[in-house]
Design a protein. Structure first.
Lengths: 242, 215, 662
């Protein structure tokens, strides 16, 4: 019985909303916006957060000097992190693994999925350079035991090894494993893991704030006509449709 | 309604403490689980005199919560090919969990008083009930127990059996002889249908008792 | 690359480790250590292989040599690599922890913490922390003054890694009241509260150690809450919304532990509601926090009716039931079932809600789960749902889906599962729908009878209990089946069981058999009065009160039989001429302070004095001669209302009501 009443109440309020959509003019909107105070330091922190997370060391250093905003991690660790990322992006996976282990030996020990993806990337690189025997041996010795521990890994491993069966790997259904995008994917996974191990968020805050803005506008669209931001790069307020 | 349960898990608790004691008998043995009652419900209307034979069995009892439940079987119901069995839950008027005022089921305080007054054993309580709803009464030693029985569902027939369980019974149980009197109340049914039940011994030469305990 | 010239097979690397230590070849040693480390990190197979090859003691030797200051290769980078390798061995592999502990690594690692080189200190701290996160690690005795001093130095250090290590050691080692007290007095909690405020990965360790120090200790908890005017509490409330799910989970666990130890301020309903919401939300997490959240939730709800109400009102049941629809890891499923069981333990609304959400099938499915803990949790769930007489009367639970797997669990190899299944069967056995044969149909009754002969007294009790419930208002066929399968011999021996709870159940079972089926009385006299004699023996010896009450009810039921049954009860309660000096047990019972025992005894006499034929006057006379009637007369104003009314009926039946007494 109580369910019924809630649904009914809900429907009524939706109906009520549909009939009266509020219109908010640009003037009212801007006046309201002015009432919201955002501290300059907070804005700076957002920018610094973006630069640090994305690994722009030099920009972060310059921004620190210009704005006086202190980054929440040691900038030196950004260089280490970027070095790892770069190593993966350029296919030196073993080098990347050793660098991660020097940085913090616990990262790969406590993150089996990341460890598997790095080893898989190593295998992909061996296949890319036609080192068939070495690839097979590596798959057998290093990756097969991981597959035994985890069904998901086993499936991924099978797909990767399937690359060896094709003379022209570009025609292999899993050919995109050889694509640069695969390296980038693995690199960003390592990047995120290192950030997490440094008590840092793995994603910058700015993009999620923008996503939230879009979501909020969509929600609001159902209830009111108001000055919308349609172009995020300029952030101009458009006049509400009457 | 919370039902009293007995916890027993660790073997170490098996012997020792009295966690299980005291529940073999309720304070009123004739209202204990398993006890049966038989009698009639008078369903007379202006047109004709009629009565159903009625059997009641107590299935659950938790006096701390003022709770009682059981089944009611109506035997010679016109238009029904089988006896009709319903499950009911009872509220015991103990001034703690429930008072004489129903406050629901379409019963006004006026209806309440009108029905309770049909029981002679209620007369000594009337003035106090009118003053404060009977909240200050100590009913624990009163030789009668007042209850409301509300049928919850049909056990053996569908809701299309032609009977309604929309109403409820005002009930009075006599602790001395175990008899039960009641009046059915439903604004949409004929008023003051009288229920008269006697404690039944089911073929025994005396009173027998049975029991269960939930875990 | 020159590296390709050297083999990196684990056998060869291990060999090189040993050789370079002996040759004091620092450069080769460093390379070998790095190689081991990089091979084993993340690779369980390699860890086991190196352990097997005996690499661990060799690496520990490197640290011990460095720690004792001799050995020319004691340079920092070698020690760092060695410590990291040891840490990896101890990470995620029990054999590794064993090997590291067996090689005596802990004291050496502790020694290198005092190095001036920060990298060495951090590597040592990290490795020790990993070791102390394992259950296998030895307890660190905080009651020793020097240990406590050392722990405080770690905790007060400016190095986060050392702070975290101290917290891990405390979380691992503190579980006794006096340890909690000593740590608290040493200022550990105060420091932990400071550390909690710093946002960091280390925070999880700090929360863990707070839990260890305050758990079940109201005194220490009071103090903890007073630090900085309740600052700790509000910090934890804030941390409960941390972005890291594990941290949120730990904060919840900590708040629950504090709440329990300080007996929750009743005004805290809002916090408890928040806790519930956060914990339910955590169930969405695929990580360990998501697995464990439900256990913290059931801990929070345990035995708290008002919280069950609150949980129902914020839709916890609906949310949990949603999870049941998908396939869940065992631990998670167990936790969710435990919470549902808890919410159904006291409130009828909870049970009703759970049934209306149609998840009974999923719960019944969990009865078949391969993991014993899940099966137990499902049993608890079913037991608690069936605490509702309304549900039992409607027969909602007595269907094949539930009964078949449940009966199978009565054969479970684990006694714990059997025990839990018996709990559920006990309640389901109280079935009013005339579907009782259902349980019989699936072989449940025969198995219950088997279990009633178990050596395990709990199993014996619970199976008998289920049979007793099964015989409650059962039909004749069911009763006959149970009586003949169980046998008079078994019943008599259960009446004489060493456990009085079992004696009571056995007698209650026989009462149920007789109630409504008078001809079952003959059972009591079968095999030369085996049961009657057993009951009499229990009543005459100083049995527990509840056994006596049940025994008197049994005699009362027998006394509701024919003339010969009444005669037999009479000779049981009145001592024969031969030992006439002994006071009849029924006189003792009627003078007992237990009103139930008095009432049950009077009921028995009431049945004996019913005027039902030529023999009743002679029975009354014998009762008079034995002093029983005068005893009853003296009870005419018994303080227990029910007893008083029965006394009056007896006196009426004896036609000797004293008109002067009211």
């Amino acid at each position: 019985m109580s369910h019924f009443w809630i649904v009914l109440g809900h429907l009524q309020s939706i109906e009520a909303m549909a009939t009266s959509k509020k219109v908010i003019t640009k003037e009212e909107w801007e006046k309201k916006l002015k009432d919201v105070r955002i501290r300059k330091e907070d804005m700076n922190k957002l920018v610094m957060n973006f630069l640090v997370t994305e690994g722009y060391v030099e920009a972060a250093e310059k921004f620190r000097m210009e704005s006086g905003t202190e980054p929440d991690v040691d900038l030196a660790t950004i260089s280490d992190r970027m070095a790892v990322k770069k190593a993966v992006q350029s296919g030196n996976v073993q080098d990347a693994i050793e660098k991660v282990n020097d940085l913090n030996p616990e990262i790969l020990d406590t993150n089996p999925q990341l460890y598997f993806h790095l080893q898989q990337q190593r295998l992909i690189e061996l296949i890319r350079y036609g080192k068939v025997e070495e690839a097979l041996e590596f798959a057998q010795e290093e990756l097969a035991p991981r597959g035994e521990e985890n069904q998901g890994f086993l499936e991924e491993l099978e797909k990767t090894v399937a690359l060896l069966a094709f003379e022209d790997v570009k025609n292999c259904p899993y050919g995109d494993l050889l694509d640069v995008s695969q390296r980038l994917k693995t690199a960003s996974e390592v990047n995120a893991a290192i950030l997490t191990s440094q008590s840092h968020e793995k994603d910058p805050k700015l993009p999620s704030l923008l996503k939230m803005l879009v979501w909020a506008q969509n929600q609001l669209d159902e209830k009111a006509a108001y000055p919308r931001i349609n172009d995020l790069s300029t952030a101009t307020l458009e006049d509400p449709p009457v | 309604m919370p039902v009293r349960v007995e916890e027993c898990s660790a073997p170490s608790q098996l012997s020792g403490n009295d966690a299980f004691s005291g529940h073999v008998l309720p304070p009123y043995t004739l209202l204990s689980v398993g006890r049966a009652f038989t009698g009639t419900q008078n369903v007379s209307s202006l047109q004709k005199d009629e009565a159903w034979r009625v059997n009641v069995r107590i299935q659950g009892c938790d006096l701390d919560q003022g709770y009682l439940c059981g089944t009611m079987e109506a035997l010679n119901v016109p238009l029904a090919d089988t006896p009709v069995v319903t499950f009911w839950e009872g509220e015991i008027i103990d001034a703690k969990n429930y008072t004489f005022y129903t406050g629901k089921w379409e019963a006004t305080p006026d209806d309440d008083i009108k029905h309770w007054c049909k029981f002679p054993s209620f007369a000594p309580l009337l003035s106090q009930v009118e003053t404060d709803g009977g909240k200050s009464l100590d009913l624990s030693n009163y030789p009668f127990i007042f209850m409301r029985w509300k049928e919850q569902y049909f056990v053996n027939v569908g809701i299309d059996c032609g009977l309604t369980i929309a109403g409820f019974y005002y009930v009075c149980f006599s602790c001395s002889d175990g008899s039960i009197n009641g009046f059915y109340y439903d604004p949409n049914s004929s008023p003051f249908q009288k229920l008269e039940l006697k404690s039944a011994n089911e073929g025994h030469n005396g009173f027998t008792f049975s029991s269960y305990q939930l875990q | 690359m020159p590296a390709s010239a050297v083999s990196n097979r684990p056998e060869d690397v291990t060999e090189r480790l040993g050789a370079s230590v002996a040759a004091r070849d620092g450069e080769t040693l460093l390379k070998a250590l790095r190689e081991v480390k990089n091979q084993i990190i993340g690779n369980k197979t390699k860890k086991l292989l190196y352990i097997h090859l005996g690499a661990v003691p060799k690496i520990v030797a490197v640290i011990s040599a460095a720690a004792s200051g001799n050995g020319g290769y004691g340079e920092a980078s070698v020690v760092v690599q060695a410590a990291a390798a040891i840490g990896s061995f101890a990470c995620g592999v029990e054999d590794g922890v064993h090997a590291v502990l067996a090689a005596g690594a802990v004291p050496h690692l502790i020694q290198i913490l005092s190095y001036s080189n920060g990298k060495v200190v951090n590597a040592g701290a990290r490795t020790l922390r990993i070791i102390f996160q394992s259950k296998l690690a030895p307890k660190y005795d905080v009651l020793q003054v020097k240990n406590m001093k050392f722990l405080l130095s770690l905790l007060n250090s400016h190095n986060e890694n050392l702070n975290e290590l101290a917290a891990r050691i405390i979380a691992h080692s503190c579980d006794k009241y006096e340890e909690q007290k000593v740590l608290c007095d040493a200022g550990v909690l105060k420091r932990l509260v400071e550390l909690l405020d710093a946002a960091s990965n280390q925070r999880d360790a700090y929360i863990d150690s707070v839990v260890a120090v305050v758990k079940n200790n109201s005194e220490v908890t009071e103090y903890f809450l007073s630090i900085g005017n309740g600052r700790a509490w509000s910090s934890l409330i804030e941390i409960m919304h941390d972005r890291n799910p594990q941290t949120r989970y730990l904060a919840c666990v900590c708040l629950v532990a504090i709440g329990k130890a300080s007996c929750w301020n009743s005004k805290e309903l809002q916090t408890k509601t928040k806790l519930m919401l956060v914990l339910v939300e955590l169930l969405e997490e695929p990580s360990q926090a998501g697995d464990e959240a439900s256990f913290a939730l059931s801990d929070l709800l345990a035995d708290k009716e008002e919280l069950h109400k609150q949980a129902i009102s914020i839709n916890v049941v609906e949310k949990l039931c949603k999870f049941l629809e998908s396939s869940l890891p065992a631990r998670r499923l167990e936790g969710i079932l435990l919470v549902l069981a808890e919410i159904c333990s006291k409130l009828e609304t909870g049970r009703y809600l759970l049934l209306s959400l149609q998840v009974l099938n999923h719960i019944a499915e969990a009865l078949k789960h391969e993991c014993a803990e899940v099966r137990i949790a499902a049993c608890l769930c079913i037991r608690n749902i069936s605490r509702s007489i309304k549900n039992l009367s409607a027969g909602c639970m007595s269907n094949e889906t539930v009964l078949v797997p449940l009966v199978r669990l009565l054969h479970d190899p684990s006694t714990y599962v059997q025990d839990a299944a018996l709990g559920a069967v006990c309640n389901l056995a109280v079935d009013f729908t005339f579907k009782k044969p259902a349980l019989m149909k699936y072989g449940g009754v025969s198995q219950l009878i088997q279990l009633s002969k178990s050596m395990d007294s709990t199993i014996r009790l619970k199976s008998l209990w289920a049979l007793r419930n099964l015989t409650f208002v059962a039909d004749r066929i069911g009763k006959e089946f149970i009586a003949s399968e169980l046998t008079v011999f078994a019943l008599a021996s259960l009446i004489c069981d060493p456990e009085f709870l079992i004696q009571e159940q056995a007698m209650a079972l026989i009462c149920n058999l007789i109630h409504g089926c008078a001809d079952f009385i003959k059972l009591v006299f079968a095999e030369e009065c085996l049961i009657m004699n057993a009951v009499t023996r229990q009543l005459k010896s100083d049995s527990a009160t509840q056994v006596c009450v049940q025994g008197m009810l049994l005699l009362c039921n027998v006394a509701a039989g024919d003339q010969s049954h009444k005669e037999a009860v009479l000779s049981c309660i009145i001592p024969s001429e031969a030992n006439g000096t002994a006071v009849s047990f029924i006189l003792r019972f009627m003078r007992n302070k237990d009103h139930f025992l008095r009432t049950a005894s009077v009921w028995c006499i009431l049945n004996l004095t019913i005027r039902d034929g030529a023999n009743s006057p002679s029975r009354v006379r014998r009762l008079q001669n034995a002093g029983i009637v005068s005893q009853i007369k003296s009870m005419v104003n018994d303080p227990w209302l029910d007893c008083k009314f029965r006394v009056r009926t007896v006196l009426e039946q004896c036609s000797i009501v004293d008109s002067t007494s009211t």
